[in-house]
Structure formats: structure tokens, C-alpha cells
Design a protein around this ligand. Sequence first.
Ligand code: ZN
Ligand code: FE
Length: 257
Amino acid sequence: MTLIPVPAFQDNYLWVLHDGLRALVVDPGDAQPVLDVLRQRGLQLDTILVTHHHADHVGGVDRLRRETGARVFGPAHEPIPAPFTPLAGGDHVDVLGIRFRVIDVPGHTAGHIAYFADDVDGAPLLFCGDTLFSGGCGRLFEGTPAQMLASLDALAALPAATRVCCAHEYTLSNLRFARTVEPGNQELQRYQEQCEMLRQRGQPTLPAVLGEETRINPFLRAREPEVGRAAQAFNGADPGDALAVFTAIRQWKNEFR
Ligand code: ZN
Ligand code: FE
């Protein structure tokens, strides 16, 4: 299988996975870049997977369905361009011979879902939309901090080798904030240098690797003492209360420039 982050808009990736003949695409906010990849590589679009209802994730669904006949799957409790097959946590969907498990990840939006496959060419694969980013997490537009923390905990519990396919290239700005939260985290510093080099060469920083995220992403580290102390210094949060710490760093990130 070949995994391609197709750039769109300012900083979106529309993820395409294909076997040389058939393809799936995740969150096609725009149809044209996907149609271009399909034509260049001689692929038939089989399936569209949607994680949540925002326009930069569904804007190309109708045109792709019309022009390719692809089937569409999406979150049961969000307004996705119909017709589509509704999915919720615990459901499975089989695409190109791969079984994806659906995980409920409310927080960024109320009905956001993620797609996880435990073995695609030897490593697990996660499509998580705007829930988990490399070095960061999605803004809380519809959900509560408690929901988002639980969603991120569920993702963090997946295998360390999981390749994390996020929908935005936000990594460098996320890491600037992460360094502010954890200036003493040496792995974070190394990771930032590595990502800066990739971006200088015009390459994506994604997919991220989940095990590394658990060591560098402050939003997966609300239980780490250094993150707790930083949250306490920000707004007096109890450093032993993971939810208070998570809430503080999410608010801090919103205000961070
Ligand atoms: Zn979004
Ligand atoms: Fe988005």
C-alpha cells in the first residue's frame, strides 16, 4: 500500500492510501487535488472516509462521489454530505482489504471519529482528522476539555508504532508552543530540529509516530510533572489534576503567539 499526504488549501493534507489500482481518501476538503492524484497514478477511487463535518474536510465529497462513484463513510452524528454510511465508535469498515476500527473522539467537534487499522504493511495506521496533531491537538469548537482529554487518552493507548495521519501541517507552530511548556524536554528539542529540516526541504512532517508523540506532545503529557508545573505557573492549575492541566495548556495554546 502507498500512503500519500495530498496538500490542499493552506496547510491541509488529504490522505490517499492506494494499492496501485484502487484508492481511499480521507477528509477530501477539495476534490481537484485528489482527482489530479488519481489521474496521474491511474487509480480508481473506491472509498471516501470522513472524520468530521468541517468544510475543509468535506468540501470535495459531493464532486468526488459524482465523478468516481466512490462510497462515503462518515460520523453518524454529524452533518456530512449525503448519502453516506454512518459510523460510530466500535464499528468496523473494510476498505481495500484493510479493516478499520472506528474510535469516537469528541472534542474538536461533538461527533468526530477516527479510523484505526492495526496492520497496514506491518505497522498500524491512524486517520485522526483534527483531534491529534503532531505536537498539538485540535481546538475545542464543540466539545469539553474532559471529552478531548478522554479522546486523546484513547488514541495514546494505541500501539507506539502507529503512524498518525493528521489533517493539518501545524507541526512547527505546535512545537514552538510545546518547547515553551517543556523547555527541559530534550527529545522535543531533537524532534523540533528534525521537523524544521523536513519543512526546509518542503517535505511533510507527517505521518507522526504515536510513541514519539507521547514523549513530545504536551497534550498527551498532562500527567507529566514538568507539564503540570507549567500549567500551574500559567493559571494556578493543580499539577496533579490531569484535566485541570490539560484545560490550562489548551487555553494557553489558544492565546499563544
Ligand atoms: Zn476541523
Ligand atoms: Fe481541519
